[in-house]
Design a protein around this ligand. Structure first.
Ligand SMILES: NC(=O)c1ccc[n+]([C@@H]2O[C@H](COP(=O)([O-])OP(=O)(O)OC[C@H]3O[C@@H](n4cnc5c(N)ncnc54)[C@H](OP(=O)(O)O)[C@@H]3O)[C@@H](O)[C@H]2O)c1
Length: 469
């Protein structure tokens, strides 16, 4: 079994960032490297990674959640490079990106990450190697295939890829129908080990997708998780099935999911109504092309009162505001992920017969809402989680065609990933945060510059630099 090397250091700006990946690092930075070069290159024994430690578990969970310091639970460490078994692929991670699940992981909420690992280990004998005393987290990566296990035919060393973060065994009847509904379905780098925030990551062959050739490593890494989640929520037959001319209320419209949801609504000929929390964010969402914008902070909405009950006065006020931006009508779709503080409003403002589609609960997962507004107006709530490989592939294809764009705002070196995760926790970021793993600097990895020129730098850098905080 692999063991944690002795060098476990807490993340700090002073930490040594040099790569331990040797030859693979050099090949990845040379335009002349061939598939044979990658296949023949020696792998290092250890690599740098961002890990959670089992030994932190008891102490951390004894601290109230709001007082937990996630910089103390995230460690920049040297760990063993994993080996691919049958059906698996080892990828040299050029860049990764952060997702809100990194905040949950670092807080050890809503459940212990090591509980997830032991659950995953029990699913199939091959998963036992995931159940270690450390977990490499991270669910988005772009990189180069360096080794494939027995039976892998869909990729080979040297391929430039992005990773679909859904892990599913793929052998049950349910998995063939809708992998997300299969009980084996897990979020890679959240409920499994060997995730993206490392110099190498380990995935199943059916997580591999082609890297969009016009994007840099960090741009490519910023998309798969949010892109495919939004695709399922809004477009696919498993979600809200958004149609031409429908209106969609989108919470957190400059966040990772929200900024993609705005793009999908505009592309599909729907009418997005964005909710944000500052004038700077309102300006940013207008740059995406969205005309109808509500600044929830300026309006001072409080949808849930101190006693936990919905606040009808502000629900009515909010509904009128939404209608004023939507030709006097209620939105057919509400795009939800914000949870406790917004859910009552989402159910209240959705149109008669409308759909509230939800994939998360950033502000708390115990929701209060008045159910009369749901059943009397025949609205529905659609739960959504991740995406199937097919949905992920379709969503990635839209990026490859230059129809959906990255919303990268800032990029950190691997050893400073905790700072980015802390910014997400505090809601001080916009769009997506990139992390450089093996890539020496930002801006590398573009293979098709003609395509990049056609798409236009303007479209690719809309969120670059974020907003002043
Ligand atoms: N199940 C899945 O497959 C899946 C996939 C991806 C994400 N998620 C979940 O979805 C959530 C959002 O993910 P993300 O990547 O978009 O996160 P994000 O980048 O942090 O964006 C979240 C947005 O929520 C808004 N927000 C925060 N507090 C709010 C409040 N009190 N009221 C209204 N809006 C509030 C913020 O916008 P403003 O402050 O501007 O309003 C922020 O931009 C997370 O909980 C994540 O875990 C689930």
């Amino acid at each position: 079994m692999t063991t944690l090397a002795v060098d476990i250091r807490q993340i700090s700006p002073q930490t040594d960032a040099r790569s331990s990946a040797g030859t693979i690092h050099d090949l990845a930075h040379s335009p002349h490297s061939t598939a044979a070069d990658f296949a023949a290159a020696p792998l290092p024994g250890s690599m740098k990674a961002i890990v959670l430690l089992r030994k932190d578990e008891t102490k951390l969970r004894s601290i109230p959640i709001e007082q937990r310091d996630l910089r103390k639970s995230l460690h920049h460490a040297d760990v063993t490079v994993p080996e691919p078994d049958g059906g698996e692929v080892l990828v040299a991670v050029m860049a990764a990106s952060l997702n809100f699940n990194g905040v949950w992981s670092a807080l050890h909420e809503p459940m212990s990450p090591f509980h997830y690992l032991s659950q995953f280990a029990r699913l199939e004998p091959g998963n036992a190697k995931h159940n270690l005393d450390y977990q490499i987290i991270g669910s988005d990566a772009a990189g180069i295939v360096v080794r494939v296990g027995a039976g892998v035919t869909n990729c080979r060393p040297g391929d430039r890829v992005v990773i679909h973060p859904g892990v599913v065994s793929g052998v049950s009847v349910t998995a063939y129908h809708d992998a997300v509904q299969d009980e084996s379905c897990r979020a890679w780098g959240f409920e499994t080990n060997f995730g993206a925030l490392a110099e190498f990551c380990l995935v199943r062959a059916n997580q591999i997708m082609p890297k969009p050739a016009h994007l840099t490593w960090e741009e490519a890494a910023s998309l798969p998780l949010v892109n495919e989640t939004v695709y399922r929520m809004l477009i696919s037959q498993n979600g809200a099935r958004m149609r031409l001319g429908e209106s969609v209320l989108i919470w957190g419209a400059t966040g990772g999911l929200g900024s993609l949801a705005i793009q999908y609504a505009l592309r599909a000929g729907a009418w997005p109504i964005a909710v944000v929390s500052s004038p700077d964010k309102a300006a940013l969402v207008r740059r995406l092309g969205c005309e109808a914008v509500i600044d929830r902070s300026a309006e001072g909405y409080v949808f849930i009162k101190a006693d936990g009950q919905p606040n009808l006065r502000d629900l009515v006020r909010f509904r009128k505001k939404v209608q004023s931006l939507n030709g006097g009508r209620d939105p057919e779709i509400v795009f939800e992920h914000t949870g406790r503080e917004t859910f009552a409003a989402s159910v209240f403002v959705a149109a008669h017969g409308g759909r509230v589609v939800t994939c998360g609960s950033t502000t708390g997962y115990s929701h209060q809402y008045d159910n009369r507004y749901l059943w009397m107006h025949v609205k529905s709530i659609i739960g959504s989680h991740g995406a199937t490989y097919h949905e992920a592939w379709k969503a990635n294809d839209l990026v490859c065609k230059g129809l959906i764009h990255p919303v990268l705002s800032e990029t950190y070196p691997l050893e400073r990933a905790a700072r980015g995760i802390e910014r997400m926790r505090q809601n001080r970021h916009v769009g997506k945060i990139g992390v450089l793993c093996l890539a020496d600097r930002a801006g590398l990895g573009v293979e098709d510059s003609a395509m990049r020129q056609r798409v236009g730098e303007d479209h690719l850098s809309l969120f670059q630099g974020g907003i002043p905080t």
